[in-house]
Design a protein around this ligand. Sequence first.
Ligand SMILES: CC(C)(COP(=O)(O)OP(=O)(O)OC[C@H]1O[C@@H](n2cnc3c(N)ncnc32)[C@H](O)[C@@H]1OP(=O)(O)O)[C@@H](O)C(=O)NCCC(=O)NCCS
Length: 321
Amino acid sequence: MSMFVRKGRDVVIRRMIAEDIEEVREVGQIAWSDLAMHDVGRRFKYPKRSEKIIAAYLWKDPQGCFVAEEKGKIVGSAVCHVCGKVGWTGPLEVLPSYQDHGIGKRLLNACEARIIERGCAVIGLETLSHLPKNLHFYLSSGYRPDKTVLIMEKVLGHVDENVEQVREMTLASLDAGLEKVSRLSQQVHHQLDHSLDAEAILRKDLGHVYLLEDGDRTLGCALLHTYQRGEESAYSSVKAVLIDPAAPDPAAVLDRLLAKCEIGSLEEGKEKTITRFAVGDPQLYQRLLSRTYLLKGANLRLIKKGEYNERSRWSITSWAG
Ligand SMILES: CC(C)(COP(=O)(O)OP(=O)(O)OC[C@H]1O[C@@H](n2cnc3c(N)ncnc32)[C@H](O)[C@@H]1OP(=O)(O)O)[C@@H](O)C(=O)NCCC(=O)NCCS
């Protein structure tokens, strides 16, 4: 018998269940802390991902969340998301001592199989653009670079803007509200649907969904997360702003929805808000700069199947968990 026993040989990939959440949080913390140490060369303990968001992933698609397990110990995890016919993977993490043994690829394959099973026309993801390992990992898995994703952050301060037309979606008006989020998503991209993400925000208490209405026309919506890595976090996150490309002044719709997100974040005691979006057009970047958002970093969007170009140049969307 060979003296060499391949690490990870006994690892099985299985569906995640609620009882795994605590271990999944630890795996994420260890994997990202290790990456930060190698990347910036100093010890840094990453905060654990919020229990709430992992529970929300499981609620959105219990068959789209996976763990890698060896003899009862969780050594990796991955989640996929299906927004209409657009499917993407993230977060995906493997314990450092188990990396480079094919476990990451097996988790990615499980996510892709689920995305395909759900009939997606677009398959993609976003990753750190400067890490050779991550780039190799996805390029060798058939992904091609698509767009740069900008990560921008704003230190919150008093907001003095008219947000009268913006109203908050509530559980009491859920069905009508979700129908509007669905319609706006499709106006941004015919295969996109963020209504399940909006529903998760309301049902799982992750933050707020705002709609900007003009009479009986909905011009835009914003999905805001305020839980952000543990309820004690000083950050909120603008997950999406979807704007009707035919709105008379789409940039003003963006401004008002962002203003409402900033007010909502301040009301929950947040000090900063963060957002990420794929740049097809520098005007969106310039608009955020004018709102005193600052560029903090960039990721890369990669696509394995299909094409993805949004109709609305003022919308904010990201494929990051
Ligand atoms: C990215 C991650 C999930 C990959 O998991 P993994 O189990 O190591 O992945 P695999 O073993 O399947 O594949 C790793 C590949 O990278 C290669 N690799 C390792 N170090 C490398 C480096 N410095 N440069 C280039 N390629 C590298 C390996 O050789 C392997 O490629 P191969 O299959 O062609 O031989 C894992 O590194 C991780 O958890 N990272 C921290 C969190 C993270 O970045 N997640 C992804 C966010 S989108």
